[in-house]
Design a protein around this ligand. Structure first.
Ligand code: GLU
Length: 460
């Protein structure tokens, strides 16, 4: 039975790097008919904020990675951590340390001067005396004093940490009794039965500490998969300057969850040269031991490409539903099929699509000089007038092809190329020189509106 989890700290929004490890954890659990848990790591009361936790859950819902069971909040499990801290104290595997802040600082200072790595000097490890008066104790766990701890990592291979270089008897409970980060992660992963921890490799250095906790409490150690970070083109950690890092920003920009998840699964994992992965394919093919060892590079063009692929292949009904978020209500629009077909090949995002739609549905507010200069020639007025007359004379005008026939008849009659009518007509209808097919645009707005827009341009 595989149990995985996503365990965000609510210190901000859901980061796309976090979503990527969540996706990989989700895939691995689902692929194995296992369990995927969502745990909010909110024990650092000074940094957490409830709104951030909500934002994370909201973003998580948007992408549709369904977790099993209820969301676990560490803040409601404090009693459990206390019990385990007490157990370690009782068993002599942890102890109270009464060192004051000043003493700790002085020790650090000395060690730094000696060019040593600052670390706790175990002065209370075997302490049995009377505690200094008025001093609050922290609880420290007894870490191994020598040797090494090896993390058997499914991505990185065996990573050996020299105890002397990285460990000391670290604090598991602060003086106010609240447990510390590495302690609660290990306790929760163990108690929740997590078998496979898939997370960012920024947590690799925490893993030996967590292993110390597992060992002290006699818990089995899970498998670890530390996924390399997402980098920008300069090989640095992805930052806001390189592109949005907040998952919800991708919703606002008009990306679909399918495209975003497809994009994220390919960051650091591949299957031959396949780029498009449906959820079913991801589930079939993903294996965390195939995750690349090196960092992956964020490439927004790839995301755009994927997103337009998913938009093109989406049903119009679904598109309609998603466009509502971008302010476009098409449910009762009688030409919505033609409208969506006209724009969906041309947009990389839903917000771009919403813009194209409003450019069709809303009359141009005016005409730019440069556009007119380029596309509205001396003979344009005559061509447009002829076209208007032909439109008025036409009987049945419903489909784009009906309008196309009228355009055809005018260019044939006048002995001119399509461009002669296309350019000025495009300016009249959309106020610009590019955009969706004109026959579709006219079929969408109808003959009266078409005539009106042409007239506006002619008399401009
Ligand atoms: N809460 C940690 C974070 O948000 C992740 C902990 C883990 O995955 O082990 O970075």
């Amino acid at each position: 039975m595989v149990v995985t989890r996503f365990a965000p700290s609510p210190t901000g929004y859901l980061h796309i790097g976090g979503l990527r490890t969540a996706l990989l954890s989700y895939l691995w659990a689902r692929k194995n008919n296992g369990t995927f848990l969502l745990r909010i790591e909110d024990t650092d009361f000074s940094r957490n904020d409830e709104a951030a936790a909500l934002a994370i859950v909201e973003a998580f819902k948007w992408v549709g990675l369904q977790h099993d069971g209820k969301i676990e909040y560490q803040s409601s499990r404090l009693e459990i951590y206390k019990q385990h801290i007490q157990q370690l104290l009782n068993e002599g595997k942890a102890y109270k340390c009464y060192m004051s802040k000043e003493e700790l600082e002085a020790l650090r200072e000395e060690q730094t001067q000696r060019k040593e790595r600052p670390k706790y000097d175990n002065r209370y490890r075997e302490f049995t005396g009377t505690p200094p008066e008025g001093r609050e104790a922290v609880v420290r766990i007894k870490a191994p004093l020598e040797g090494s701890i090896t993390v058997h990592d499914g991505v990185k291979g065996d990573v050996v940490f020299n105890v002397h270089d990285i460990l000391d008897d670290f604090i598991i409970a602060r003086s106010d009794g609240t447990p510390t980060y590495n302690f609660v992660v290990a306790v929760d992963d163990a108690l929740m039965g997590v078998t496979d921890v898939i997370r960012g490799d920024d947590h690799l250095s925490n893993t030996p500490k967590q292993i110390v906790v597992y060992q002290a409490l006699g818990f089995p150690i899970p498998k670890f998969f530390h996924v390399p970070m997402i980098h920008n083109h300069d090989g640095k950690k992805l930052s806001k300057r390189d592109g949005a890092t907040d998952v919800i920003a991708y919703k606002t920009m008009g990306y679909t969850p399918e495209a975003l998840l497809n994009f994220l699964v390919r960051l650091g994992w591949s299957h031959g040269d396949q780029e498009i992965f449906s959820m079913v394919e991801m589930l079939e093919l993903f294996d965390p031991s195939d995750i690349n060892r090196s960092a992956s590079v964020y490439n927004v063009e790839k995301l755009d490409w994927l997103n337009s692929h998913y938009l093109k292949n989406m049903t119009n009904e679904k598109l309609c539903e998603l466009l509502e978020f971008h302010g476009v209500m098409l449910i009762s629009h009688d030409k919505r099929e033609i409208l969506l077909d006209a724009v969906k090949e041309r947009a990389k995002t839903l917000s771009e699509m919403a813009m194209l739609i409003s450019e069709i549905l809303v009359k141009p507010a005016g005409f730019e000089e440069a556009v007119l200069k380029k596309g509205y020639k001396e003979d344009s007025k005559e061509v447009l007038e002829k076209f208007s007359t032909a439109l008025r004379a036409a009987k049945e005008l419903h489909l784009p092809s009906d309008y196309h026939h009228v355009m055809e008849s005018v260019v044939t009659e006048m002995g001119i190329g399509f461009g002669k009518i296309g350019q000025p007509l495009r300016i009249a209808l959309l106020g610009k020189l590019s955009g969706p097919g004109l026959d579709s645009v006219m079929a969408i707005i109808g003959v009266e509106e078409t005539l009106e827009r042409i007239n506006t341009l002619i008399s401009y």
